[in-house]
Design a protein around this ligand. Sequence first.
Ligand SMILES: *Cc1c(COP(=O)(O)O)cnc(C)c1O
Length: 451
Amino acid sequence: MVEAMETIIQGKSLETWLATCPVLKDIISLRPTFWINPDKKSFIPGGTEVGVSRADVEDAADRLERFRPLLAEAFEETAPVQGEIESPLQQIPVMQKELSSRYHCSAGTLYVKLDSHLPISGSIKARGGIYEILKFAETTAINYGLLKLKDNYKKLLSPECRELFGKYSIVVGSTGNLGLSIGIISIALGFSVTVHMSADAKQWKKDKLRSLGVNVVEHDADYSVAVAQGRAEAEADSHCHFVDDEASKDLFLGYAVAGERLKRQFAERAIVVDATHPLFVYLPCGVGGGPGGITYGLKLAFGDNVHCFFGEPTQAPAMLVGLATGLHDTVSATDFGVVNKTIADGLAVSRPSGFVSRIMQHLLAGVFTVNDKEMYRLLTLFWRCEKICLEPSALVGFSGYSRVKAVLESVPGAEQQHASHLVWATGGSMVPELVWQDYNRQGKKYLVHPG
Ligand SMILES: *Cc1c(COP(=O)(O)O)cnc(C)c1O
């Protein structure tokens, strides 16, 4: 290479980067990788996390309780569970056996958390996204004297409240699923809502939103541009609430409520999580709010007995680049030439949330990357084994379990213990049949022709 052509990335030569941060070699060559976080520390609640606390998460959980009567009324599917937005936890022995023989990775007991089947919007975004809009509605109604904390929140469905909410607009930038969740709940409450969709957003998600009356603005650019456009639009309007996927504490807290909920589900099934029965959790990561919030909630619930790993597409390793370089949101995977072309629309993000990345720096056990072909293969395998349809993003966690040897080696003493392994399946129940069939065809093809 000619000296003068040497590329400088974030003030350092590529050579220097590779020497100080060797995982970048895999990242740049799009090789699936497994990175152990050297900065992970023992979890002390109220310790190193800036800007969030256990009290904040409890406050979010209480708020969701107050909204249960409203949700049960507005969304029929939640009536049998009195308006709780929660997903099933399921043991998946057939899939575990399949993965064990395919990847030689037998260890512990494998479970899946089916956020793909969360009510209302069928993805992990039904946690954070819906929570943020509910909080905004509550605050607005209280400010106008239309609601008290002790009231039955069904009141917010009254014509009076709808009229008030109609004066406000909600704006969000999204790769698809956040837009779906924000759109559905905002329309149900009477807000007007605009979703800025990145180029990765799937057609059916845009169609679905338009059919509900959501204003969908399509962008030719990637996710961070869609978010920036939304932010700019909202700043100009005092009656506009912008859901900031790159920085929202409310989104994060809505996700974090999952920690105590999962603890309850484990307790109900008498699944022990303690120092000799650790829990390993594999979460697909985009900008980081969803998996980050859940990780924080899990840490509050299980402390050092839970080990959380994020999975990202090889084409969109936003959090991995942010954490491994220590540059958080001041770096983008595109700086290293990784161009963000992936079938995993929910994860098609190049720059992590700085707020979340900084919280994860001492909590997260590691990050692994997965290519699109592997997501397709896992989609077909999971369907064959458990008869559950997921969207490609939601399969990423299984790739973490397929590398369980490396996972266990990263935690001293873990090999000898009986561990639970939990794959967080983040979306899929709303995918139209024909779209899913197309994914499955790809999966079958890549199972026959690997590579
Ligand atoms: C959004 C999303 C994620 C990741 O959440 P982030 O907050 O963007 O990190 C994972 N899976 C699916 C299906 C999603 O829609």
